[in-house]
Design a protein around this ligand. Sequence first.
Ligand code: NAG
Ligand code: NAG
Ligand code: NAG
Ligand code: NAG
Ligand code: NAG
Ligand code: NAG
Ligand code: NAG
Ligand code: NAG
Ligand code: NAG
Length: 436
Amino acid sequence: MNMYTSIFTSLTLSLLAAVSSALQTGHDPIISHLNTSLPAAIPPSLDPFYTAPVGFEYTTPGTILRIRRAPGNFTAVMGSNCSAAYNIVYRTTNSRYLPSWSVTTLLIPSTPLTNSTVSGLGSALLSYLIPYNSVDVDSSPSYILYSSSTPPYGDQLGSGWFVNVPDFEGPTASNVAGIEEAHAVLDSIRAVLSSDLGLAIDAQNALWGYSGGSIAAEWALEFQEQYAPELKITGAALGGLVCNTTYVFDTVGNTMWASHGIAGLLGVTSQYPDAYNYILDHLKPSGPYNKTTFLSIRNMSYDQGHAAFNGQNMYDYFINGRDVMQAEPVKRALQLNTIMTYHGVPQTPLFIYKAIHDEITPINQTDAYVERVCGLGVNVLYQRNTRGGHVDELTNGAARAMTWLTTVLEGRYASIYSTTGCIVQNVTVGESNTGL
Ligand SMILES: *[C@@H]1O[C@H](CO)[C@@H](O)[C@H](O)[C@H]1NC(C)=O
Ligand SMILES: *[C@@H]1O[C@H](CO)[C@@H](O)[C@H](O)[C@H]1NC(C)=O
Ligand SMILES: *[C@@H]1O[C@H](CO)[C@@H](O)[C@H](O)[C@H]1NC(C)=O
Ligand SMILES: *[C@@H]1O[C@H](CO)[C@@H](O)[C@H](O)[C@H]1NC(C)=O
Ligand SMILES: *[C@@H]1O[C@H](CO)[C@@H](O)[C@H](O)[C@H]1NC(C)=O
Ligand SMILES: *[C@@H]1O[C@H](CO)[C@@H](O)[C@H](O)[C@H]1NC(C)=O
Ligand SMILES: *[C@@H]1O[C@H](CO)[C@@H](O)[C@H](O)[C@H]1NC(C)=O
Ligand SMILES: *[C@@H]1O[C@H](CO)[C@@H](O)[C@H](O)[C@H]1NC(C)=O
Ligand SMILES: *[C@@H]1O[C@H](CO)[C@@H](O)[C@H](O)[C@H]1NC(C)=O
């Protein structure tokens, strides 16, 4: 495994910050037994929990379809700031607006932050979007949380926040499929707010995502007004923003980040049978860059794919080279699912943080994004870091994002950022471990 990859993974998992106290769940028959020694988690592809019950299509988006205590010894995994964790199967809608479902993990803080002016129940909900960047459903957060070397979300749970960690790529592991991810994130929030697990239905409600997680978070914000108009989202922290994922597919070829192109193209087109079949039909049957090798990424975690395709050019796998991107069904799927601000703009305050020397997603695209949403009246605090690259900013920006999210989730945003409009700052924070 490449050093950068293991840094990325360990930092990602250490950011999966999270927790534990007694729940008032006695009134809910589905979860009436608390059991701290459940059988160990098994991969989603083998676990019958990861299915939708018959007739789920007829429920409304966000409906809870199944719920269970997260399997295994979650206390050992999650640390003392977490009192319990649940897996929830919920109804959502795919990129083609057909009924679908996904799974989220809700972590309950040991000592919930409450707001007596509302209800005395938990008053803060953070949805953390893990950049899992894989087209293998067995890399879904609800399962990979168990691989975390440190208790994930310790600080967030320690702040009394409920933490919602959706498998936003859904059952088809549709990596970077913007519309599908937007729906899956919004419906996970609907599901956890209605879960009756000690969280107030009108809790302050924020999103946080870096890189692949920023895609899920930002697309959710773009779709909120049209898809989930009743949801009040209090704020969002977006790091390493990927404004144009198609651009990334084009530019990662022949670099160490090459797997993002392959997993991205398969992820987006997995939502569109005509585009997916076009891809399958135009992969070379033999030679060093063949269909079997290309598709092997479907059984790989991000780290495995990163190592296997390091330095390659995905267009070498296609009979028609880069023209594959111009074929009508593929082009349409990409246009609809990879360009930010095509469908809408966030309706909530944003904290955006980015390394000026980000080598995967150029800073000038984020500059342009900020200019556009600011022009449409969004409140943005945008910090451009002179230190480090894409991987560095994951950690360099984490403390600043946490501080900003704290003001949002404690209901103090309006008093601190009293002026509306945009603030753009150059900052110099943290370390550079990647030579940038
Ligand atoms: C808890 O789970 C274990 C392992 O599946 C099972 O043997 C035990 O009966 C369960 N206890 C309760 C109270 O449900
Ligand atoms: C679960 O983990 C906790 C913390 O490591 C430990 O105290 C407890 O004994 C474990 N429970 C079981 C049933 O293994
Ligand atoms: C629990 O939360 C406190 C307060 O945020 C934090 O200092 C501590 O490190 C957390 N513990 C764990 C195990 O995450
Ligand atoms: C996104 O990137 C692609 C590939 O580089 C480019 O062709 C397209 O014009 C870009 N779209 C926008 C809206 O910037
Ligand atoms: C496909 O490519 C792999 C190397 O990536 C090679 O080992 C295998 O023999 C190739 N298969 C065919 C049918 O050419
Ligand atoms: C690999 O992934 C494909 C598609 O996701 C699946 O059908 C197949 O069973 C997987 N194979 C293995 C060996 O896990
Ligand atoms: C970003 O800079 C590159 C080259 O420096 C330029 O080609 C591109 O058009 C710029 N993109 C935006 C959105 O300004
Ligand atoms: C409590 O709720 C009220 C009403 O929604 C809100 O104005 C206030 O900011 C909240 N305070 C906290 C600490 O969440
Ligand atoms: C930030 O630095 C850039 C150069 O990277 C400069 O063009 C810009 O004016 C600076 N912005 C602020 C707000 O200082």
